[in-house]
Design a protein around this ligand. Structure first.
Ligand SMILES: Nc1ncnc2c1ncn2[C@@H]1O[C@H](COP(=O)(O)OP(=O)(O)OP(=O)(O)O)[C@@H](O)[C@H]1O
Ligand SMILES: [Mg+2]
Length: 254
């Protein structure tokens, strides 16, 4: 059965998109059929896969606002086994445009239902907000993967984030669960990183992945070449960590 996972954290810059790009690429490398969905107007999931967001025929905006079916929007990427529903900057106004639409929380779910059966995994990258676009992602998902940066105030906003997940569970998507919590940008030279790991484990218990993503410059460089870490530097620490995450995810799903 297809597993649909949202990368969700309203905090900005915690590693959602880096995880969306590289986890998708690692799963694809392990012969899983993967569909990425870019639900962020910043479109970094799209540009990170070397797709020019200014030259798209359709994007997630058309799904959300114009009721175009996902099957008309999906494109192949350079990465074997990885397709993408790309995003463009237009998406920035989508939340306002759909504010009074009926069933506005389930637009994405309804418009991707025809194509998800062709994939093992669907990975949705959310914008840093708790607004209607991330709610659409949560309503369309089986589970949520929460990246948390090993930095000051790591757990700030986590209670609002969990509230949002619980609201969606109570309302539209009762089976939504937390897939896992991923610690990102870990720096083993600092005590702070180690403290954050302990704090997050106290809060989330066994939901925290054993795999921790290190701060690794290669991960930050790869998108400027339109490459995933698996292509850009497969022997880097960042690449190995995301491969381990993919393995852990597959193992948990068995
Ligand atoms: N493990 C890492 N090591 C080094 N740099 C990283 C790592 N993960 C992410 N970055 C860099 O940190 C910045 C923020 O990461 P990213 O874009 O993945 O976060 P995000 O949660 O998607 O942000 P936003 O909330 O704006 O969508 C980017 O410049 C990215 O290249
Ligand atoms: Mg992002």
């Amino acid at each position: 059965m297809t597993k649909i996972i949202s990368l969700f954290n309203q905090k900005g810059g915690v590693g959602k998109t880096t995880t969306a790009v590289n986890l998708s690429a690692c799963l694809a490398k392990m012969d899983k059929k993967v569909l990425g969905i870019d639900l962020d107007p910043q479109s970094n999931f799209t540009s990170g896969l070397d797709i020019d967001r200014t030259k798209l025929e359709y994007s997630t905006y058309d799904i959300i606002v114009n009721d175009v079916d996902g099957s008309n929007v999906v494109i192949n990427t350079e990465v074997e086994n990885l397709d993408l529903i790309p995003s463009s900057i237009d998406l920035a106004s989508a939340e306002i445009e759909i504010a009074s639409k009926p069933k506005r929380e389930t637009i994405l779910k309804r418009h991707i239902s025809s194509l998800i059966a062709g994939y093992d995994y669907v990975i949705i990258d959310c914008a840093p907000s708790l607004g209607l676009l991330p709610i659409n992602a949560l309503c369309a998902s089986n589970s949520v993967l929460i990246p948390i940066q090993c930095e000051y105030y790591a757990l700030e906003g986590v209670s609002q984030l969990m509230n949002t997940i619980n609201l969606v569970k109570k309302g539209i998507n009762p089976y939504l669960k937390v897939e896992g919590v991923l610690l990102t940008m870990f720096d083993n030279r600092t005590n702070l990183s180690t403290q954050v790991v302990e704090e997050v484990k106290r809060f989330f218990g066994n939901k925290v992945y054993e795999t921790i993503i290190p701060r690794n410059i290669r991960l930050a460089e790869a998108p400027s070449f339109g490459q995933t870490i698996v292509e850009y530097d497969p022997s880097s620490k960042g690449s190995k960590a995301y491969m381990n995450l993919a393995k852990e995810l597959l193992k948990k799903g068995e």
